[in-house]
Design a protein around this ligand. Sequence first.
Ligand code: PGA
Ligand code: ZN
Length: 421
Amino acid sequence: MPTIKTLHARQILDSRGTPTVEVDCTLSDGSFGRAAVPSGASTGSHEALELRDGDAKVYGGKSVLKAVANVSEIFEALKGMEAGDQRAIDRKMIELDGTPSKTKLGANAILGVSMAVCRARAVSEKKPLWLSLADQYGVKLSKQVKLPVPQMNVINGGKHADSGLSFQECMIIPAGFDRFSDALRAGDEIFMKLKKLLPAAGYSTAVGDEGGFAPHVKDSAEAFGFLVKAIAEAGYEGKVKLGIDCAASEFFAGGKYTVDGKSFSSAELTAFYETLVDRYPIVSIEDSHSEDDWEGFVQMRAALPQTQLVGDDLLVTNVSRIETAIEKKAVNAVLIKLNQIGTVSETVDAIALTQKQGWNAVVSHRSGETEDAFISHLAVGLQTGQIKTGSLSRMDRLCKYNELLRIEEELGERAAYVSPF
Ligand code: PGA
Ligand code: ZN
């Protein structure tokens, strides 16, 4: 295996026009890999640190030149290292940083390097990235290789839009299909129906951060009503389900949850979700409660055992928080975001623990994204079976779907599409 020859970082702009880190890696055999780091808006407080410069006069304090400079320091530690062992590379960076939340070098600097090395190694191995990741982390692929079932965020609220909707993401989940490309087509046709239904009801079709519509509907029930109608009109009733990312930390204050203008205790909020699940074909709920309301999650899982309950801000792709969730029976699925933890290897550890527990892992984008489609390869390589990567507009979202189309084509007969719903 070749060694790490160069690492070069630069500041680029993400899908919100906010600076982020991009890293180029060259190996001693000339193989080249490039990766860009995404960024959240409704970030969990237990996430690894995204290092920003904080000079209000430059990009409103959001430039990442310190993180870019830190990649030079990382290079001094990694140069000449074998590129064949990603765990050793990631461990070296974790040691060099030496803090629990990667506050010294920044998770954005570390992750950019971690992903760029994975890409360069795949080139050197002459393998597609998904296969290189599978081999690197010892994933045993069966004859059929699963493409992920997407959760498509077609109505944006919360911190991702000014729609006034309390829930951050109202999603459609194309479940009843045999191929990823057919599922994608269904999602897209439903999105197009929605584009007609919303203006007919006097609403705007302007989009939020993840490319979904951001209509000023009066409450979540009205949003789900539109989704159900769009699914039926597109001819996919029964085949396409619904999901929500409540991102409840964002509407939790002073011990109370405020949804659609109503105030709920933790237990009342669970009861509210039960009424929604009764009324609409909702199969997945993410961050139903606030990031430290463990009791709320425990009650939620007991109340809705058939529903996929996903921990995002609650678990932040962190093995020790996932262990706590396992002990408490707090959820039954984990959202996986590379930049919440800051290296590819730790992300894979979080996926492996989730899968070992028999829970579902959902690989996810961030609301601030780039043209990098690494997560499409991660979802296939680690055989997670699910991905969350936004709506059916904006290239920062569609590039992930398009990459999955290419992977499906390349797999040919080996490509499988298996829905847990
Ligand atoms: P974020 O949103 O990237 O703004 O955190 C995505 C999510 O909450 O799942
Ligand atoms: Zn979330």
